[in-house]
Design a protein around this ligand. Sequence first.
Ligand code: Z5A
Length: 205
Amino acid sequence: MKKGKFITIDGIEGAGKSTQIDFICDYLSNKGVNVILTREPGGTELGEKIRELLLSSETKSMHSDTELMMMFAARNEHIHSKIMPALAQGDWILSDRFTDASYAYQGGGRGLDIKRIAQLERWVLQDFSPDMTLLLDVPVELGMSRVESRGKKDRIELEDMDFFNRVREAYIDRSKQFPDRIKLIDSSQTVEHTKQQIKAILGLL
Ligand code: Z5A
């Protein structure tokens, strides 16, 4: 039985997820909510090990299907050992990325068949889905320019602009497909501008 709420935040690199997460946690805590911050891939001991394999630039080659299944393997662990138990006891979960990222990166970016992603989603999640998803949107060039100075790129960050443009398009398509759940937020302006939009949306919860 789910008593808490499950919120996810997603978007391409440099969209500002990490920048806004502290604000969201503070906003919810101030409302008296016990909020647990987590992330994907990862969020559990095993999930973090899978994350390392997935993102390490030392992992030279990986079949796209393997990548997809590893995302869902980490997610399965995450849901059963962390997300569901927390929601059942009334805590709220804020996850930095979730299943929409699989549709965007493995579906849009890698070009995998959406039907196969949907099959995995049904298997792992059944009818479970976030109560709300904050989708931070920026043009790819802007997102990339924000993260440029970061140094070493991970395995997925090494992809080219076309890849990230497809990822962005897939995210936008998802927001059109699920307008009640996925709130598209313009994150191309100031941090404060993004924050104000998030605040207005969280006020709806
Ligand atoms: N992945 C996948 O393929 N499939 C899946 O199913 C899942 C994930 C779940 C995880 O990376 C990778 O896994 C990700 C997708 C893939 N791969 N890629 N590429 P992650 O989520 O851990 O990290 P990330 O995507 O690389 O996040 P990021 O690059 O850190 O983006 P961000 O958190 O949205 O950005 P930020 O750190 O908040 O901001 C970046 C910089 O911009 C920083 O200096 C800020 O100060 C600045 N910033 C932020 N907002 C603004 C505004 N509004 N104006 C100016 N500057 C700003």
